[in-house]
Design a binder for this molecule. Structure first.
Ligand code: KPL
Length: 304
């Protein structure tokens, strides 16, 4: 992803936010509170115009502008700044729907799990795509009610854009090796998310499950081989990073667990699926990642 060219970003241009889930609502609320114009793009018209934001037991109501996808499509809107918080598997269809309204020189900040970025670059070749990775924890209790449950850190692969982000409310930092950080995040998601679905548990419960921990070791070994073949810097052994994440998110239900509970398609194709495709391209065998991929696919197919 090109991250070095200067961003054509402007304080007066609104941030449009595609993906009105927990992360989208959280960012819409904080952008608005920080005084940046922000507009949440929703699939269907929402009841009300206020986002109810709760953090540390304190709630506040924030009026956030909203527009539906069909209103965007029927307008002459030319989006110059777009924050993408859709799930990886929904990103291409969602961007395709509003593609005519995205300026050719627009700046897109992509904040999501998994690796959808190559597909986005094919769809929007002239726009500037900036990667963000976040460990903030948020969940919604209704369409426009969001709880900022865990204060994490958001790393951004572009220095200039940070001044246009709500850094007084979120810990937002520039990261000069965002590709490698994105891979470490992918590795952790490969090692945790599928197994929480397979063993039907919170993240932390995997630590007490011997069989699951042995599988995490195998998953991490395979991912390490792929990352080494791609010459991606691995800061700490992936198994250690995964155990650390399991400890600090012990009470969480992973995003994939939550998707499966709601019988929704998961991000598996952009997590273990992406890893397996890269491995295949490099002629590396990844049987444990294949097993996790196949199990989750089977679970998704059982919804119908
Ligand atoms: O990113 C996550 C997810 O659930 O998608 C982890 C790190 C596993 C935390 O729950």
């Amino acid at each position: 992803m090109p991250t070095t060219q200067a961003t054509a970003i402007d304080h007066n241009n609104p941030w449009y936010i595609l993906g009105a889930g927990a992360m989208g609502c959280l960012w819409a609320a904080y952008l608005t509170l920080a005084g940046f114009p922000a507009v949440l793009i929703t699939r269907t018209k929402r009841n009300g115009s206020n986002i109810q934001l709760t953090k540390n037991g304190h709630s506040q109501s924030i009026t956030v502008k909203q527009i539906t996808v069909s209103e965007v499509q029927q307008s002459a809107l030319n989006i110059k700044q777009l924050l993408v918080t859709t799930k990886a598997q929904q990103t291409l269809p969602a961007l395709t729907d509003i593609k005519p309204n995205i300026d050719k020189q627009a700046t897109l900040l992509i904040l999501q799990n998994g690796m959808a970025s190559k597909d986005i670059a094919k769809l929007l070749p002239s726009q500037q795509l900036i990667t963000g990775i976040t460990t903030d924890g948020a969940y919604r209790t209704s369409e426009l009610t969001v709880v900022h449950a865990g204060e994490g850190e958001t790393l951004i692969g572009d220095r200039h854009i940070i001044q246009y982000l709500p850094k007084q409310f979120l810990s937002i930092k520039y990261c000069d090796d965002i590709d490698s950080r994105q891979w470490q995040k992918l590795a952790i998601n490969c090692a945790i998310n599928g197994l929480t679905v397979i063993y039907q548990c919170r993240n932390g419960e995997l630590l007490d499950n011997e069989k699951a921990m042995a599988r995490i070791q195998l998953l991490c070994d395979e991912i390490t081989t792929v990352m080494q073949a791609l010459a991606i810097d691995i800061q700490n052994p992936l198994f250690e990073q995964t155990v650390h994440t399991l400890n600090i998110t012990a009470n969480n239900f992973s995003s994939m667990y939550q998707d499966c509970k709601q019988q929704q398609t998961t991000e598996i194709d952009f997590i273990n699926g992406y890893l397996c495709n890269e491995a295949k391209r490099l002629n590396i065998s990844c049987p444990e990642n294949q097993r996790v991929l196949a199990s989750i696919k089977q679970i998704e197919q059982s919804y119908a």
